[in-house]
Design a protein around this ligand. Structure first.
Ligand code: GLC
Length: 419
């Protein structure tokens, strides 16, 4: 075992709270949705049963409408803001009221396909399958009410790319007046220069208070939100998860679920084409309120490679990543963009989870060399800088929280691909 493997496992164990794993101590003391799904992929390398439990726990807190919340507040902790009192979602175990990228379907399939104990895996997957399917159904019903094939996010935190440049223009429409006074906690754990600004935070909170005022009725939020963005990366994850779920369901004889998810994936994939930009050599976000594409070549449009886009598109994405020219790939925004900020959260830094999904998608599309470059660069980054939350793509400087769970999980995955 390499020491990198040992370190990664040590971090995953250290952040394990028994039935769920915190992203890192201090900064994020609860369970996060897409963190947990990606974390399970790391856990499978040393404890398959524990990996399934990570996803089971998340889905134990699914809402009756089908939504799976972005945070589950298992235990009281003052170290994080906004906490359960701000969300006020009135759930038995408090949760937030928005969601996150739908990685679960992909994770389920990967855990099942690679399971050494197939019988145990089948028992777990049969329980989770209808739950994940209900989440997908909820997405297309409430976040694509006009039936376009693509869903919208209603809060930047839903994308998982909290302060991306992508949100700047649509965010201008979100007011900040009338929000309750608050104290941030993130800037007490990490350097404020690497975190979202106060103005952004005010808008994050305005949206939360606005949705809270609608009683968290998830059928009402879409049309009532001044922020509705169709993010190619977010949709690609949902499309891939739907396709993976369809395959799984088919293998298990669940033909209705298979057909339903196959249709979600096919419609989504066809609609993705409308987000393609020749000028940028990648997909872009669409502002659903104005109907315009957002002129920001972020990692969201590269992450689109995670679903089965045409191979010419995947090749173009590989070339776009090469053209970034950063020492470490993949920067969350191109350095050529004047708004690029090498150290600020999702406005420039490298994130290993996104690298993993882009590499997986490029490899499936036949762009193996491009995928290998991302894998090699990711491991080079960890060897240089350790297991941080995110990294400066120019220098590799580790940023944000340390001893980070999903970074460790991705390292185990990357090492297994390299081998
Ligand atoms: C930050 C990230 C988000 C992640 C969370 C926990 O909010 O932007 O994607 O899920 O931290 O790691």
């Amino acid at each position: 075992m390499t020491s990198l493997t040992e370190n990664a496992i040590e971090i995953l164990r250290e952040n394990d709270r028994g039935s769920y794993t915190v992203p890192t101590k201090g900064l994020y003391p609860f369970q996060w949705n897409w963190d947990s799904c990606l974390t399970s992929l790391g856990q499978r390398h040393f404890d398959e049963a524990r990996a399934w439990t990570e996803i089971d726990t998340l889905f134990a807190h699914q809402w009756p409408c089908g939504m799976v919340p972005h945070i589950v507040f298992h235990k009281h902790d003052d170290g994080y803001f906004p906490g359960p009192d701000v969300w006020a979602t009135n759930r038995p175990v408090p949760t937030s009221g928005i969601t996150q990228p739908a990685v679960a379907g992909f994770a389920l399939r990967r855990l099942y396909d690679l399971a050494s104990d197939k019988a145990a895996a089948e028992t777990r997957v049969r329980v989770l399958l209808p739950k994940v399917a209900a989440w997908h159904r909820w997405f297309y019903a409430t976040r694509d009410p006009a039936g376009t094939g693509l869903v919208a996010i209603l809060h930047p935190w839903e994308a998982g790319r909290d302060n991306s440049i992508d949100w700047d223009t649509p965010f201008d429409r979100v007011p900040t007046d009338g929000i309750s006074p608050y104290t941030r906690r993130d800037t007490q754990h990490a350097d404020p220069a690497h975190r979202p600004t106060k103005e952004q935070y005010d808008r994050y909170l305005w949206l939360v208070e606005h949705f809270r005022g609608l009683g968290w009725d998830t059928t009402k939020l879409h049309d009532a939100s001044p922020f509705q963005v169709v993010d190619p990366g977010f949709n690609a994850i949902l499309i891939r998860a739907s396709a993976d779920l369809a395959d799984l369901a088919e293998g298990l004889g669940e033909t209705a679920l298979a057909a339903e998810n196959r249709a979600f994936a096919a419609r989504g994939l066809a609609a993705m084409e409308g987000l393609w930009s020749d000028a940028h050599g990648q997909y872009l976000c669409r502002d659903r309120v104005t109907g315009a594409l957002i002129d920001s070549a972020s990692i969201g449009g590269l992450l689109a490679a995670f679903c089965a886009i045409p191979s010419a598109r995947a090749q173009a994405i590989a070339a776009t990543i090469d053209a970034h020219g950063t020492r470490f790939r993949v920067a969350s925004h191109p350095p050529s963009d004047p708004r690029f900020d090498a150290k600020r959260y999702w406005r420039g830094p490298v994130w290993l989870v996104v690298n993993y999904m882009i590499a997986d998608g490029l490899a499936r599309a036949g762009a193996q060399e491009a995928a290998d470059k991302i894998t090699a660069s990711s491991l080079d980054l960890i060897r240089t800088s350790g297991f941080a939350e995110y990294y400066d793509p120019m220098t590799g400087e580790p940023l944000g929280g340390g001893r980070f769970t999903w970074t460790a999980a991705m390292v185990l995955e990357f090492l297994s691909m390299e081998a």
